[in-house]
Structure formats: C-alpha cells, structure tokens
Write a protein of this length. Structure first.
Length: 257
C-alpha cells in the first residue's frame, strides 16, 4: 500500500473515478484546489500520501484537504462516491487526511448530494453540504493512520513489511536484510514515526485486517493469515486499536455493503 504515490498531477474533475472500481484498481497520485470527501458505499478504499496511509471500509468517509497529494486503491468491488468541498468550508475540517465514521444523517445527506443532481450553488445543495460538514465536525475519527517514513534505511524495512505483513522477522533480522543495525532502526522508528517497531507492524496488520474482515474473511483466518500466534491475541490488539471486536466490526461492515 506504499507504492501508490507517483508524480502527482492536478485534477479538476474526478468523473473518471466515480464509477465502481474493481478489486486492486488504483487511483493515480493527484491533488485538487478544493477539499474532497471519499465515501466507499461498498468495498474499501485506501488513501495514501507521502506521510501516511488511511483505510476506509464501507460506511467510513475519508477527508482529503485541498492541495494534498494523494492516491488510492480499492479492495473488493468498491463503489466510490466523491464530493467536492469548497475551500471556504474546508477550513472547518482537519488540515491532514482523516477517516470518519459516517452517521446515518451524514450518509443520507452525502448520498443525496451525489445522486440528486441539484445545482452545486443552489440552496438545497448548499444546505445538504452544510449538514455533511456539521456532522463531520462532530463525528468520531478512526485512529488508524499508518505513518510512512522518509528515511531510506527505515523505508527499506517498512517496504518489506508492507510486502509481507505476516512476517515474523525481528527488527534485527530485518536490519540484517537491509544493511542497518537494530539499534539504528529502533531509534528511527521512535524519532521519525513516533512509535516502536512492534507498534508499527501491529498497526499495519490491523489495517490489512480491516480490509479482509469487510470482505467477509473469518476472524480466525484473518488472524492466522496476518501473523498472529492465535485468534485471542489478534482480537485483543484489534479491539484496543479499533474500539470494537473484529467479529463485531466484520458484522457491521458486511451489513453496510
């Protein structure tokens, strides 16, 4: 999920990515002079930047501020609904990408804006957009941003983990493979990413688990496939980070499809 950023281009129209996306389909790196909300009505959408990766399964809304270079990838058959937010309203939302839980009111106002084809500057569209922004301002954020390094020594290690999140390799073993010492890498995880190696790998695995669970994988299969020693340790880590058990999350995500 880290190989999505290429040379960014300026887009003024997102109609090319408003159609349903197949599993694994990419959205090229780009930016806008307006803010953008990205809602996956089904499937899941990953938004990547140079500084982090955000995962938004169904019933989550991703916020991307104006001029923020981002790319994307779909997981599962993904129905993406994009909504422009004028710069004046964008100031009410966070200054970096964020993922929010969509309330029923927010979701209905959002989908009405997308599907009703009212003039964007008309009173009804303005009112609906104000409802969406107001709901976002009070919505809980997902605390599942995965930070990405800029240091080449650390990036060599995180690239290996992205390619194989289930790898049981220790930091010393990964350092040996990439030509850096365990001590140096441990220091870089703390100074550059503000977390330990173990915390970063756990967060990576939880992000992947979100995608697998929303596609219907069982809790046990997900735990085993992503490198946990047993389902109970996976359930504990998932619940600590997501705020609900993986079984509950899976049921909610599937119901939202």
């Amino acid at each position: 999920m880290t190989e999505l950023i290429r040379e960014p281009v300026f887009w003024t129209d997102d109609s090319a990515v408003c159609e349903p996306m197949a599993h694994g389909e990419d959205i090229a790196a780009h930016f806008h002079d307006f803010g953008q909300l990205r809602y996956a009505a089904s499937g899941a959408l990953v938004t990547a930047t140079q500084v982090g990766t955000w995962v938004a399964p169904a019933n989550r809304i991703t916020w991307v501020p104006p001029f923020y270079v981002h790319s994307g990838r779909s997981y599962g058959e993904t129905d993406v609904r994009l909504l422009q937010v004028p710069a004046a309203l964008a100031e009410q939302l966070p200054t970096e990408p964020s993922v929010f839980v969509a309330s029923p009111l927010m979701r209905e106002a959002y989908l009405a804006l997308i599907s009703d084809h009212d003039p964007v500057d008309g009173p009804r569209a303005r009112l609906l957009l104000e409802v969406v922004i107001a709901e976002l301002a009070r919505a809980p954020q997902e605390s599942l941003r995965l930070p990405e390094p800029s240091d080449t020594r650390l990036k060599a290690v995180t690239d290996l983990l992205h390619a194989d999140p289930a790898s049981p390799a220790t930091l010393a073993e990964l350092g040996h493979r990439t030509g850096s010492s365990e001590r140096t890498l441990s220091r870089l995880f703390g100074s550059e990413l503000s977390m330990s190696f173990h915390q970063w790998r756990t967060l990576l695995r939880i992000q992947r688990a979100l995608l697998e669970l929303c596609e219907g994988a069982s809790v046990t299969d997900t735990a085993m496939r992503l490198g946990w020693a047993n389902p109970s340790s996976f359930i504990e880590a998932f619940t600590d980070l997501v705020g609900q058990t993986p079984g509950r999350y899976r049921s909610t995500a599937r119901a939202a499809h």
